[in-house]
Design a protein around this ligand. Structure first.
Ligand SMILES: NC(=O)c1ccc[n+]([C@@H]2O[C@H](COP(=O)([O-])OP(=O)(O)OC[C@H]3O[C@@H](n4cnc5c(N)ncnc54)[C@H](O)[C@@H]3O)[C@@H](O)[C@H]2O)c1
Length: 257
């Protein structure tokens, strides 16, 4: 029996990167997983890969998290396929570089739509499913950028700080209502996925780019997806049933100073 046996997880942005890693680690611990993504072919292929190792565990839906209609379809399909939804991982996200002088309002709005507003819409729509499958958990992927600002990360800082606070509000609502539903945020530092390529590939040399990022981190390395995946497995499990409204930071010590 795995640590997540009987769990039914819905993971956004699951075609690649952290979402894919969460899905693989959840399935390895016995969960059923539904991964959704705006990349239709890639998300289906990822589910097939997972089913190659853990037969019948993974399902996939094309899903733009900024579309309410997509949320409704994907949540209903996932609940039908898995027999409910007991874990919601709001992971889909985009990055953006821009300061108060250089960021356009269009980009700012796009980052808010995908990284923050979608969590409100999606979690609200998922609540009936989570209430039907208690004990349940909501895991929102924020960032160290939700805890520390950078002059060139304006939109991302605002969205990810919002992810931190929406998680606490949801946690307190669920606690007050007497639901066995926890809600927490995870705050990774630079982790090896496509999202950091804009930084690591700026000079055309990935190794040099990653080394430059690693120098900013006390442990002198960037994160691996599994470093974050272990946190998500814990929060999805009943081991974390008394952990709610908190921030789990995986940053090699960055925010300790
Ligand atoms: N990798 C890091 O360094 C890092 C650090 C801190 C936080 N994060 C956060 O982790 C989460 C996952 O990012 P990642 O590192 O795996 O990057 P990634 O770019 O590899 O994955 C992001 C996924 O989200 C999907 N996506 C983007 N817009 C979408 C939309 N509108 N609807 C549905 N899916 C959409 C993409 O198609 C992609 O599959 C993001 O929220 C990101 O902000 C990542």
């Amino acid at each position: 029996m795995g640590r997540l046996a009987g769990k039914k997880a819905f993971i956004t942005g699951g075609a690649q990167g952290l979402g894919k890693c969460f899905a693989e680690m959840f399935a390895a611990e016995g969960a059923h997983v539904t991964i959704t993504d705006v990349q239709a072919d890639a998300v289906r292929q990822t589910a097939e890969e997972i089913n190659g190792r853990y037969a019948g565990k993974a399902f996939a839906f094309t899903h733009d998290v900024t579309s309410r209609a997509d949320w409704e379809t994907a949540l209903a399909g996932a609940a039908d396929a898995m027999g409910g939804i007991s874990v919601l991982v709001n992971n889909a996200g985009i990055g953006s570089f821009g300061s108060v002088e250089s960021e356009t309002f269009e980009t700012y709005r796009k980052v808010m739509d995908i990284d923050l507003d979608a969590i409100f819409v999606g979690t609200q729509l998922a609540m009936p499913h989570l209430k039907d499958s208690q004990p349940a958990s909501i895991i929102n992927i924020s960032s160290v950028a939700g805890l520390r600002a950078d002059g060139n990360f304006l939109s991302y800082n605002v969205a990810k700080a919002g992810v931190c606070m929406i998680s606490k509000s949801i946690a307190l609502h669920c606690a007050k209502a007497g639901y066995q539903i926890t809600c927490n945020s995870i705050h990774p530092v630079f982790t090896r996925t496509a999202i950091i390529e804009a930084m690591t590939m700026a000079s055309g040399d990935r190794e040099a780019g990653e080394a430059k990022l690693a120098r900013q981190i006390p442990m002198k390395r960037i994160g691996e997806p599994e470093d974050i995946g272990h946190m998500a497995v814990y929060l999805a499990s009943d081991e974390a049933k008394f952990v709610t409204g908190t921030e789990l930071v995986a940053d090699g010590g960055l925010t300790a100073r």
